[in-house]
Each structure stands twice: as structure tokens, then as C-alpha cells.
Write a protein that binds this ligand. Structure first.
Ligand SMILES: Cc1cc2nc3c(=O)[nH]c(=O)nc-3n(C[C@H](O)[C@H](O)[C@H](O)COP(=O)(O)O)c2cc1C
Length: 276
């Protein structure tokens, strides 16, 4: 008998039985077989702000909070569903707050890299999602998981996500993507490096991919847009990149420790000030 699939649903909303929770359950229910779904409400977890000490690159994080337990659940899952609402045109802060601690993931690349995951952003306002989905996708990518599908789900009131056919259809599509062996293929134009779909247009003809940091050029020829994007100066997208990025960070930390006393002297005149 095939082993039961363990799904983890990460809910980035403070609402119980809100649209994110409903989408997680609807997607899980559409996954073939009878997967076991466990869920975590990130806002209920004690996830403290990263202290920027970089100790986690080589040892344990000094915060004795819930981060490690959630990271472990991600490592142990076969596949992950991440859903968060748009708040003020961004992603709910609990997603980034967790991700801020994500340098800890570099010691667990083998257990994380390539694990299938799908991203959902719920949004109550037409065209109101802003960068909400980008934040969820970034969460998935930065932890080394493999983005297999993504969607913005229009849902204003708690329940709308599954009351309307659009949400249910999206759930079926994402469930299929989660177990598909096909590569992720977003619709329309995407970064040739990483398949990201979020760009900054810089000076005339120059473009920057917000997902991988790759830069290049774009052109329009007879209504067709062409993108040429090279790898970023410093990549940590591929598995081997993640290992070398960790080494690089450890080196930077050592350099900082060597320069620390001189830097302390340099900033002395800036000591003090009024804080509210
Ligand atoms: C504080 C707050 C800010 C919101 N900001 C936006 C927004 O910028 N754009 C948008 O489309 N919807 C916004 N919404 C609506 C939610 O994204 C929407 O209702 C979503 O479905 C909530 O998901 P949930 O039920 O899982 O919490 C906001 C809701 C709240 C409570």
C-alpha cells in the first residue's frame, strides 16, 4: 500500500475559519488519495524577531520559541500549502516574521530543498492584492521549497473563498499542481532564470527580477515582449547555491568579528538620541 501523504497547511491569517484556512482545507481535500493534513496558524505561534546575530548559521538560534517546531513540521511534511491574506496591499506580517528567521533553514537544506509547495493569497478587494502573493511565493522559495502553483483568491467575507466556484476551481488546480511531476510553468511572461513574475523596470530597457535578483533587458517587438535575464551576482536559488551562500554568510560573519572594534569606534559619535 502506498504511504499516506503528509500535508502541512501554513495559515498566515489571524482569522479562524477564514478564507486562508478554508483554502488550505479545500486544496488538501482535492489532493488525490487521502492525505493527512496538519495545519499551523502562524499568528498563534511565538515567533520572535530575528536578532541578526547569525549564530544560526553554525549553531542554534538563541530564541527559545516556536520557530524550530514549525520549521521541523515543514521538514517532515511531504508537501506544503501556504495561504495568507493581503493586508494593506502586502502579505500578512506573520509570513515575513517567520521568514526573517529563515537563515536557520540553511542547515537543513537536504530536508527542505525541492519539497512541493503551493502559494495562495486571499484578497478582499478587486485588484487589491498588491504584493501579497509575492510575499507568499518568496516564503516558499527562500526556504528552498519548490513552488508548484500559486493563486490570488478573491474573497471578501470569511467563507467567500469556498462559497464561490472560483475558489473551489482554484483549489482543484493547486491540488493537482502540488502532486504533479511537471515543472512549474506560470502563465504569461516570466523570468527565464527562476520563473518569477515580479519585476522592477529600471532605466530604459533594464529589468530586475524581484524573485531571484537576476537583471537584464526587455524589448518589445511587434507587440511581443522579450526578456533577457542573467543570473544575479549572488544567487542562492539552487540547492548548491544555498550551500555556498551559507558558507559566504559564515565568512561575512567572521569578517565582521574581525572589524567589529574598528566599526564600534567609527559609530561612537552617533551614540544616544531620543527614542519614543
Ligand atoms: C487589516 C486588513 C487589511 C486588508 N487589506 C487588504 C488589501 O490591501 N487588499 C485586499 O484586497 N484585501 C484586503 N483585506 C481583506 C482580506 O485580504 C480578505 O478579506 C481576505 O480574504 C482575508 O482572509 P482571511 O479570512 O483568511 O483572513 C484586508 C483585511 C484586513 C483585516
Amino acid at each position: 500500500m502506498a504511504e499516506m501523504m503528509n500535508l502541512l497547511g501554513i495559515i498566515g491569517s489571524p482569522r479562524k475559519m477564514g478564507n486562508c484556512e478554508l483554502m488550505v482545507k479545500e486544496i488538501a481535500a482535492a489532493v488525490p488519495g487521502t492525505p493527512k493534513l496538519s495545519m499551523v496558524r502562524l499568528v498563534e505561534k511565538d515567533i520572535r524577531p530575528c536578532k541578526a546575530c547569525y549564530r544560526c548559521l553554525t549553531g542554534d538560534c538563541p530564541h527559545p520559541d516556536d520557530f524550530t517546531g514549525v520549521l521541523r513540521a515543514i521538514m517532515e511534511a511531504d508537501a506544503v500549502i501556504v495561504a495568507a491574506p493581503a493586508y494593506l496591499r502586502g502579505t500578512h506580517s506573520c509570513i515575513q516574521r517567520f521568514l526573517d528567521r529563515g537563515l536557520q533553514a540553511y542547515r537543513h537544506v537536504d530536508a527542505l530543498y525541492g519539497k512541493p509547495a503551493v502559494a495562495v493569497a486571499t484578497a478582499g478587494v478587486e485588484d487589491g492584492e498588491g504584493s501579497a502573493l509575492l510575499g507568499v511565493e518568496n516564503f516558499i522559495r527562500q526556504l528552498g521549497l519548490s513552488l508548484k502553483g500559486r493563486a490570488v483568491v478573491r474573497a471578501t467575507f470569511p467563507g467567500d473563498a469556498i462559497v464561490f466556484e472560483e475558489g473551489r476551481t482554484t483549489a482543484r488546480r493547486l491540488a493537482a499542481a502540488l502532486v504533479s511531476t511537471d515543472d512549474y510553468a506560470p502563465e504569461g511572461l516570466s523570468c527565464p532564470e527562476c520563473k518569477g513574475t515580479y519585476f522592477e523596470f529600471r532605466k530604459m530597457g533594464a529589468i530586475y527580477c524581484l524573485s531571484c535578483g537576476g537583471a537584464g533587458t526587455f524589448s518589445a517587438d511587434g507587440g511581443k515582449i522579450g526578456l533577457v535575464i542573467g543570473p544575479p551576482a549572488h544567487s542562492w536559488r539552487k540547492k548548491e547555491d544555498m550551500a555556498s551562500h551559507r558558507k559566504w554568510l559564515i565568512g561575512r560573519r567572521e569578517e565582521f568579528l574581525r572589524r567589529r572594534d574598528r566599526l564600534k569606534d567609527a559609530v561612537k559619535p552617533y551614540l544616544g538620541g531620543e527614542f519614543i
